[in-house]
Design a protein around this ligand. Structure first.
Ligand SMILES: [Zn+2]
Length: 229
C-alpha cells in the first residue's frame, strides 16, 4: 500500500488542480467576454448550425489581443478580440473566421477542450509521480527520463487533437457549402498573425506546423474525392 501512496497523492493532486484550473478559466472567460454579434459571421455560423442540426452556434469574443480561437472546457467557443479585429480590418475573411469557429467546434465535439485541461493540470502530477517511481529504479537519470516522457506524451496528445479538429472543421465547412479553401488560406496567414502569443495560457499553444496542417487537409480532400466548394 505504501508503495502506491505517491501515485495516489499525485492523482488527487491532479484532480484538485483540474478543478481549480477549470474554475479559474471559466471565471476569467466570464469576466472578459461578450457574445459575438456580427451579421456576416452569423450567416456563416447559421449555415454550420444547420449542417449540424443545431438551432444556433454561439460564439464569444474574449477580450485579449493575441490572435487565437479557443474552446473552453465547458464547451463554449471564443474568438479573441485581436482575431476579430483582423477580420474587421479585412486581413481575415468571414469564411476564414468561420473556419476557426469550425475548428474550435471540433475541439468541443471531440471532447478535446476538457481533455486538454486535464492533460495540462495532470501533467505536473504525472511528472512528479514518474520522478518518484523512476528515480528509485534509476537514480540520477530517473528525473531526466520522467521529464522527457511527460513532455513527449503531452506534445503527442495535443498534436493529434489539432489534426482531428482540423478534419472535423474540414468536413463541417464542406457540408455547409463554405468549403475547405478558407481553412487552408487561414493557416497560411496564421503564422504572420500570431506573432505575439506570449500572453496565451500554455495549454492553448500546441498547433502543429502550417504546411503539415495544409498537407493533412489536402490528403482529406483527395480521399473525399471532391473538389472543395
Ligand atoms: Zn486547435
Amino acid at each position: 500500500m505504501l508503495k502506491f501512496t505517491p501515485l495516489l497523492l499525485a492523482i488527487l493532486y491532479a484532480l484538485a488542480m483540474y478543478r481549480i484550473s477549470a474554475c479559474r478559466t471559466a471565471r476569467e472567460l466570464d469576466a472578459k467576454s461578450t457574445e459575438l454579434a456580427d451579421p456576416r459571421l452569423k450567416t456563416l455560423t447559421d449555415r454550420m448550425a444547420e449542417a449540424l442540426d443545431l438551432k444556433r452556434i454561439r460564439v464569444n469574443i474574449y477580450e485579449i489581443e493575441p490572435v487565437n480561437g479557443l474552446a473552453a472546457p465547458d464547451g463554449r467557443i471564443f474568438i479573441t478580440r485581436g482575431f476579430y479585429q483582423k477580420y474587421r480590418s479585412g486581413e481575415v475573411s468571414a469564411e476564414e473566421m468561420a473556419s476557426v469557429i469550425a475548428h474550435e467546434l471540433g475541439h468541443v465535439a471531440l471532447g478535446h477542450a476538457r481533455k486538454r485541461m486535464i492533460d495540462f493540470s495532470g501533467q505536473n502530477a504525472v511528472r512528479t509521480a514518474l520522478i518518484m517511481v523512476l528515480s528509485r529504479l534509476i537514480p540520477g537519470l530517473g528525473v531526466v527520463i520522467a521529464n522527457a516522457l511527460t513532455s513527449l506524451l503531452a506534445a503527442r496528445l495535443s498534436r493529434d487533437d489539432e489534426y482531428e479538429a482540423d478534419a472535423y472543421a474540414a468536413a463541417l465547412l464542406a457540408k455547409s457549402g463554405i468549403g475547405i479553401a478558407p481553412q487552408k488560406s487561414l493557416f497560411r496567414k496564421l503564422e504572420g498573425l500570431t506573432g505575439s502569443r506570449g500572453a496565451m495560457p500554455a495549454w492553448l499553444m500546441s498547433h502543429p506546423k502550417t504546411e503539415e496542417r495544409v498537407a493533412a487537409l489536402e490528403r482529406l480532400e483527395a480521399r473525399w474525392g471532391t473538389a472543395p466548394v
